[in-house]
Design a protein around this ligand. Structure first.
Ligand code: ATR
Length: 243
């Protein structure tokens, strides 16, 4: 395909300039990352339900003659947890974190029909503010003490904090909460975080966020080109870069 995907550094006040450039170049699409995921919404009025719910977008694409915003992280997260769909439908889930990534997870988990969420965040007020935006699923905000004594039921734990990005970071999940049937999902990819290590050490299953990275990109690709993405080719490309 005769296209080029390249990185552009864009200052916080340069999104309007970027949009002009995008149109001048006859752009097919774009991805946005931090710190533009929220502010791009002021420049493109057509936005998907996922963008509105998460409050952030990572993909710009054409919808007919109109430019539109999508949040493909929600789709990517659903693909990441696809092997545990029926578990998510029937058992409470523990979600660690209350930032942008945790919000995308909540939107996806709500869509997948999770019956209850236990939410923990280092800054409790942020977890409370996040929970206020989700009325259709019961959210139980955990105190540090409750997390440390693991006095609640859950089968799947998701790390949506940034703990694990740096080598030597501890796991946000205390050892005592790591039980033998636990399944762990970390949004961090390309390294074995302490969160993943402590779950695997216990003989349980844990996965990193590589599949979320691949599928959010694959979804954007489909929106831009209308063609089915070659997931296996994308996977091996990402793996060779990460290793
Ligand atoms: P992202 O877009 O990746 O979610 P973010 O919005 O900055 O990034 O959110 C980072 C998340 O990691 C937050 O939940 C943050 O907790 P606070 O709300 O208390 O800041 C969490 N986090 C970052 N560093 C942490 C640490 N050292 N211990 C525990 N949680 C941490």
């Amino acid at each position: 395909m005769n296209h080029r995907y390249f990185a552009l550094e864009c200052g916080v006040n340069e999104l309007e300039k970027f949009m002009r450039l995008f149109r001048d170049l006859n752009g097919l699409g774009a991805n946005f990352t931090v710190p533009h995921k929220e502010s791009i919404r002021e420049h493109v009025p057509t936005q998907s339900g996922a963008v509105e719910k998460v409050g952030a977008a990572n993909t710009l694409h054409w919808s007919g003659d109109e430019l539109a915003l999508e949040n493909t992280d929600v789709y990517g997260f659903k693909k990441l947890v696809d092997p545990w769909r029926s578990l998510i439908k029937s058992e409470p889930v523990l979600l660690l974190g209350a930032g942008g990534a945790a919000r995308a997870c909540l939107v996806a988990l709500e869509d997948l029909g999770v019956p209850e969420i236990h939410l923990w965040n280092r800054t409790r007020e942020k977890a409370e503010a996040l929970a206020d935006d989700f009325s259709s699923v019961p959210i139980n905000i955990l105190s540090d003490r409750s997390l440390e004594s693991a006095d609640f039921e859950f089968q799947l734990a998701i790390n949506a904090t940034s703990l694990g990005l740096e080598e030597g970071d501890p796991s946000p999940l205390p050892e005592v909460a790591v039980h033998p049937e636990l399944i762990g999902v970390d949004l961090i990819y390309g390294r074995e975080t302490q969160f993943i290590r402590s779950i695997r050490k216990n003989g349980s299953e844990a996965t990193d966020g590589m599949n979320m990275l691949i599928h959010q990109a694959a979804r954007a690709w489909k929106l831009w080109t209308g063609r089915e993405p070659q997931i296996d080719a994308m996977k091996s490309a990402v793996k060779s870069k990460v290793s």
